[in-house]
Every structure is written in structure tokens, then in C-alpha cells.
Write a protein that binds this ligand. Structure first.
Ligand code: 5RP
Length: 226
């Protein structure tokens, strides 16, 4: 019997295969984090010797890429990268994203900023009219956690400490519940300016360039309605 979770996994595999079609010979590839990206990495085997290497957004993705024999490159040793593939927790039709459900948001944002092209891969459940139903992750310096939470509460949301989560950078995560994000660029800019915030998981000033959306009927390609 095919379960709902089998179907969701099939959608992820479908969109992962569509992302493979975006690769080109000899490129440096940025690789994100999460279950959709895991499906992408699982499909990367035939490309292992055809890529110049990968810049990885997390220790988990690094281990999976290394298991395929793909060289992990340090961003400081290269001049940039042509393509970044990553998932998202939510996307609107401007391809502005909420990311960080897997706590890798800071490295993900750095790689997105360095990449010429950002292709985001999601299943159709992630496409929304208005961002904010998924709690917005904010990575914070541990000593500033309560101070930042108080500052964020003035936005009318509830900032919940993600218990037991320490990021690859040694920081903590606050998840913002109850937001209805109508101006994602303004909110991203505002939260980034709060002292003690490392990164907010809103990708609006640097949205995706292409969104691949996996559904039961295939993969839809969306470019930004800007
Ligand atoms: C990790 C992320 C992921 O891209 C996001 O959480 C989506 O993950 P998944 O593909 O497992 O739904 O931002 O920090």
C-alpha cells in the first residue's frame, strides 16, 4: 500500500531529479540541507566525477557528499559558484523563502549570496500565498537569546527557543510563531539589524531564481513574479 509519506517522498525525488537537469560539467555546486536536498544528493552519484566540487551548507550534507566522493570546497578558496540547490520550508510566488527548519540557515544564506543562480526545490505543500504559517527561524548568539526574543516580541509574534538545538556555528534558534509576512524584504532587514541576531531565515533580499515544485502530476517551474 502506498502511504502519504511514500507519496511525499516520491514528490521530493521527482523534484530532485528535475534539479539534476540544471547541472553542468565542471561546475562548483552549492548544496543545501534537508530531506529534499537529501533526495537530490542521492541522485548526484552519476555526477560525482563531473563536478569541480561542492560547497556544503551543513555537516550532514557534507558527509553525504563526501560519501559519493565529491570534493568539499571552502568558500574562501574559490571566487564564487555558479549554482546553488536547496530546499525551503515555505515559498511565495515572488520566490521569497522561509528556510532554517533544519537549522542550517546561516550557511545556506551565505551560499545563496555567493551563487550566481539559486534553484530551490520543494514539494507543492511548501508553496503559499503569504509567508509565515511556518515559524520563521532566527539564529542567535546564545548569550543574547532572551534579549533578542524580547526585541522580536515587539513584532507581535511569539519567539520560541528551539530547545536542544545548537547550530553548526554553535548558536541557538528562535522560531517566530504567529507572523503574517506582507513585506518580506522589510522584515528581513529589520530582524537582521537586531543586536545578537546572526541570521533570519527569510530569503527575500536574495530570493530563489527558479522554484521547482514537485507534485503528483510532475514538476512545475516558477520564476519570480517581481
Ligand atoms: C534547512 C532548510 C531546509 O531547506 C528546509 O528546512 C526544508 O527541508 P525539507 O526539504 O526537509 O522539508 O532550510 O535549514
Amino acid at each position: 500500500m502506498t502511504t502519504a509519506s511514500d507519496l511525499q517522498q516520491q514528490r521530493k525525488q521527482r523534484v530532485a531529479m528535475a534539479a539534476i537537469a540544471e547541472l553542468s560539467e565542471g561546475m562548483v555546486l552549492g548544496v543545501g540541507t534537508g530531506s529534499t536536498v537529501n533526495a537530490f544528493i542521492d541522485a548526484l552519484g552519476p555526477w560525482a566525477q563531473r563536478l569541480a566540487g561542492a560547497v556544503s551548507s551543513s555537516e550532514v550534507s557534507t558527509r553525504k557528499l563526501q560519501a559519493l566522493g565529491i570534493a568539499i570546497l571552502d568558500l574562501n578558496d574559490i571566487d564564487g559558484l555558479s549554482l546553488y540547490i536547496d530546499g525551503a520550508d515555505e515559498s511565495n510566488r515572488h520566490l521569497q523563502l522561509i528556510k532554517g527548519g533544519g537549522a542550517a540557515l546561516t550557511r545556506e544564506k551565505i551560499i545563496a549570496a555567493a551563487a550566481e543562480r539559486f534553484v530551490c526545490i520543494v514539494d507543492e505543500s511548501k508553496l503559499v500565498d503569504t509567508l509565515g504559517a511556518f515559524p520563521l527561524p532566527v539564529e542567535v548568539i546564545p548569550m543574547a537569546r532572551r534579549q533578542v526574543a524580547r526585541a522580536l516580541a515587539t513584532l507581535g509574534c511569539e519567539a520560541r527557543y528551539r530547545q536542544g538545538c545548537v547550530t553548526d556555528n554553535g548558536n541557538h534558534i528562535l522560531d517566530l510563531h504567529g507572523l503574517h509576512i506582507t513585506d518580506a524584504v522589510a522584515l528581513e532587514t529589520h530582524i537582521n539589524q537586531i543586536t545578537g541576531v546572526v541570521t533570519v531565515g527569510l530569503f527575500a533580499t536574495r530570493p530563489a531564481d527558479l522554484l521547482l515544485v514537485g507534485s503528483d502530476s510532475g514538476v512545475q517551474r516558477l520564476t519570480a513574479a517581481r
